[in-house]
Design a protein around this ligand. Structure first.
Ligand SMILES: Cc1ncc(CNC=O)c(N)n1
Length: 244
């Protein structure tokens, strides 16, 4: 067996995305098991935090849609497999649906989406997405980021739907949007595309994709932190006696 790829597969070697998930496990868990998600799961969620999430995520989605459009352009120009374009197109179609859902939810909750100002974490995440839209950013780097952005939401919200969770009824629909099995297999398809591209690409492209991978996780954690700020620790409140 001369083909190194086939040999690696036979040996059960990990794919690139799997090895990164293992290597960067702590931050991945930070992004997918954030306190905000845990409060949805145990039913103690503060509804004003949910409202902030709704407002800010709608802003994020506008940039995200433009980013996904740019990934479609890259796939059309660079991909070795025409089927990739259909996967990305399906993602855009789902986004169309998602916009409608956000509008419906905002009406229910008295939110005027057109008046919402993006907070720092949202603006920062949008700028990062914009940097990935540049034509010189490789398709492999962009599709890896797209996979992870979707996968973080899937893992997070699927966690709220597991047996025995106390997710409030009014939030179940939100959790099901990203937590459902169909969304999970779509994430898996994106993961396979990313791994196929990473395997055929250079070490240099792979390094860039790994940097993008880490930045997505950092921005996701920042995004959740904006919605549900971490508790102040003893170190931060040192000197204060009221905070023990
Ligand atoms: C901050 C953030 N990350 C990922 C997603 C999921 N992708 C599209 O909906 C999202 N809506 N928002």
């Amino acid at each position: 067996m001369a083909d190194p790829k086939a040999r690696a597969q036979l040996a059960g070697a990990m794919t690139a995305t799997e090895s990164w998930l293992r290597k960067h496990r702590l931050i991945y868990t930070g992004a997918t098991r954030h306190p905000f998600i845990l409060t949805i799961r145990d039913g103690t969620i503060d509804l004003s935090a949910f409202k902030t999430w709704l407002e800010q995520d709608f802003g994020f989605l506008r940039s995200f849609a433009a980013f996904v459009g740019s990934v479609l352009v890259k796939a059309w120009k660079e991909s070795d497999d025409r089927a990739d374009e259909e996967v990305i197109l399906a993602c855009l179609a789902a986004l169309n649906d998602e916009f409608a859902w956000f509008k419906k939810e905002s009406l229910k909750r008295d939110i005027n989406l057109s008046e919402v100002v993006p907070q720092n974490a949202t603006a920062g995440y949008s700028r990062f997405l914009e940097s990935l839209m540049r034509p010189e950013v490789e398709y492999t780097v962009a599709i890896t980021a797209l996979w992870l952005i979707e996968a973080v939401y899937h893992e997070s919200f699927a966690h709220c739907l597991e047996e025995g969770t106390k997710t409030p009824l009014e939030l179940r629909e939100a959790c099901e949007r990203w937590g459902n099995e169909g969304f999970g297999s779509y994430c898996n398809t994106l993961k396979k595309i990313a791994d196929r591209r990473l395997e055929m690409g250079s070490e240099e492209v792979s390094k860039k994709a790994e940097v993008g991978f880490l930045r997505v996780l950092e921005y996701e954690v920042e995004f959740w932190n904006m919605v549900c700020p971490p508790h102040r620790t003893a170190a931060v409140t040192e000197g204060s006696t009221s905070e023990r």
